[in-house]
Design a protein around this ligand. Structure first.
Ligand SMILES: [Zn+2]
Length: 360
C-alpha cells in the first residue's frame, strides 16, 4: 500500500485511520479528550500511541497537528509509519510515541490556531511574566488583519506589507507576521495569556509517557513554509547549542536554526521545544519541527488572513465558512500523491536516523 493512501480529508477520518493503524501495530493507545466537539459533533482528542517497553530509556516522539490544520500532513505520515511496521524494528530499550492531533480543535475545524484563537506554538511561555513585544505586528496590525476579503482590502493589505518589507527587509516582515503577538486576542498569531488546553495536555503526556526516559527525540510535523514537498528540520536553539549540533550530526543539511541560522522560520517565543526542555529537565532532549512546504508564502498568508477574518465574522456560522476552511486546508495540505509520498519518505529517513542516534 502506498504512503499516500493513509492521508485523509477530515479530522474524523484521520483520527479513525490513525487509531486503527495504532491498534493493528499493537500500540498502547491513550485518549485525551477535548471538552469541545468537531463540525459533525465528533469527539475531539489528542491520541497517543506507544510502541515499545514502558520503561524505555530512549524515546522517539512524533507529533502532528500542533497547528491544527497542519495535522492532515502529520497524521497521514504517522498512520503510514504505523501501518508499514515502523514500530516492529525498534532498537532495544527504545519506545516510539505517536502524538496525534496536539491541537485537535484546529485540525477538525480547519484552523491553524486552537479553540481560543491561540497559536499553540507561541503559548509555551511563563504567562506570569510580561509577554514578548512585537512592534512590527503593532505597526502592521491593520494590514495583517484586513477589514474584509474584498480585492480592494486585500490589495491594500498587500501594499502595506510590501512597503514594510522594503523599508525593514523581509526577515523583519516575516517576524512581524509570524513571531506571535500577545496584544490582539482576535488577531492573527495570538499567543494567548495563559496555558491553553493543548499546552496543558501535551505537558501531561510528556510527563506520563517520557518522564522515565534518559534521552528523548521529538519530531513535530508542520507545514506551510518552504518549497513544495521539501522538509526543513527547524531548531530553535542557536548553532552553538548542543541540541543544534546533535541535530546536525543526525540529520545533516536539512537542519536550520531560527537564531540567525537561515531557517525558513522566524525565531518565535513559546514554541514546543520550550515545553519539552521544561518537562524533561536534566534529560537529553532534542526537539525539532519538521516543516514541509506547500504553496507559495503569499497564498499561505492570504489563507491565514481569511481564517482570521472568518473568526471575527461569525466563524463557522458565516455563509463563507466552508469556502474559507477549504482555502486554509489547501494552503497547509497538498492533496496530491507525489507530495504525500515525499513528506512521508523524508520523515521515514528522519526517524531512522533518530533511532540510529540512540545507539551512539
Ligand atoms: Zn506549523
Amino acid at each position: 500500500m502506498s504512503a499516500a493512501s493513509h492521508f485523509s480529508m477530515t479530522y474524523r477520518e484521520a483520527r479513525d485511520r490513525f487509531l486503527q493503524a495504532a491498534r493493528a501495530a499493537g500500540a498502547r493507545v491513550n485518549h485525551h479528550e477535548h471538552p469541545l466537539t468537531g463540525p459533525g459533533g465528533e469527539v475531539l482528542a489528542t491520541d497517543v500511541a506507544r510502541i515499545g517497553p514502558k520503561d524505555a530509556r530512549y524515546i522517539l516522539g512524533i507529533g502532528s497537528g500542533t497547528h491544527g490544520v497542519e495535522g492532515y500532513c502529520g497524521s497521514g505520515i504517522q498512520t503510514a509509519l504505523l501501518s508499514e511496521g515502523f514500530g516492529r524494528n525498534l532498537p532495544p530499550d527504545t519506545a516510539a510515541i505517536f502524538i496525534h492531533a496536539i491541537n485537535p480543535y484546529g485540525f477538525a475545524w480547519n484552523r491553524r490556531v486552537n479553540e481560543d484563537n491561540v497559536d499553540l506554538n507561541r503559548n509555551f511561555l511563563d504567562h506570569t511574566k510580561p509577554h514578548p513585544e512585537n512592534p512590527g505586528y503593532e505597526e502592521l496590525a491593520e494590514a495583517i488583519n484586513p477589514r474584509d476579503l474584498s480585492p480592494e482590502a486585500m490589495a491594500e493589505s498587500r501594499e502595506k506589507m510590501k512597503a514594510y518589507a522594503e523599508k525593514h527587509g523581509h526577515p523583519a516582515m516575516q517576524h512581524a507576521l509570524s513571531a506571535g503577538q500577545y496584544t490582539h486576542a482576535d488577531g492573527v498569531q495570538y499567543g494567548g495569556r495563559e496555558p491553553v488546553w493543548s499546552n496543558r495536555t501535551l505537558r501531561a503526556i510528556i510527563r506520563e509517557e517520557m518522564g522515565a526516559a534518559e534521552r528523548v527525540i521529538f519530531v513535530d510535523i508542520h507545514t506551510g513554509l518552504g518549497a513544495r514537498g521539501t522538509g526543513e528540520m527547524i531548531c530553535t536553539d542557536p548553532e552553538t547549542a548542543d541540541t543544534f549540533k546533535r541535530m546536525k550530526t543526525w540529520w545533516g543539511p536539512i537542519v536550520r536554526s531560527t537564531v540567525g541560522g537561515g531557517s525558513i522560520s522566524s525565531d518565535v517565543p513559546g514554541s514546543i521545544p520550550v515545553c519539552f526542555a521544561e518537562e524533561l529537565a536534566g534529560r537529553e532532549v532534542t526537539s525539532g519541527g519538521l516543516e514541509f512546504g506547500t504553496v507559495p508564502i503569499r497564498e499561505v498568508t492570504v489563507a491565514l488572513q481569511s481564517d482570521n477574518w472568518l473568526h471575527q465574522n461569525g466563524g463557522h456560522k458565516n455563509p463563507k465558512a466552508e469556502e474559507v476552511a477549504k482555502t486554509i486546508r489547501d494552503a497547509f495540505y497538498i492533496d496530491a500523491d507525489d507530495w504525500k509520498e515525499a513528506v512521508t519518505a523524508q520523515t521515514r529517513e528522519v526517524c531512522a536516523a533518530a533511532l540510529r542516534a540512540f545507539k551512539t
